[in-house]
Design a protein around this ligand. Sequence first.
Ligand code: AMP
Length: 116
Amino acid sequence: MDNDCLFCRIVAGEIPATVVHETDTTLAFRDIDPKATVHVLVIPKTHYADVVALAQDPAAAADVLAAAAAVAENDGLTAGGFRILFNTGAHAGQEVFHVHAHVLGGEPLGPMLAIR
Ligand code: AMP
């Protein structure tokens, strides 16, 4: 655990979150500032800074994707469709450097990017 990491502290129970799904290796909780009707963050419990670091551990990456799919299923997103994204680095505006999949849905999401 990284004591300076917000999401490690959520995993440790030191900061509250609205948890919607949990496995031995992953935690999913609602985004505090939702950008869609459904906006859930799925994280590995182990600290990886971003998706590039997570990809070095294929089993952990698979667990995150499986958890994201379960969240979409549980929140009723699979019929209408949904989006999973990993903001990575400065150009993507990554704010929290503990990798997280954004699961977004519950309404038409519009174009993939706000620009263009
Ligand atoms: P990113 O820009 O991809 O790093 O996304 C970070 C996300 O974390 C943003 O969508 C924030 O709204 C969200 N966030 C920040 N703090 C919390 C928190 N305490 N609980 C839940 N979501 C949070």
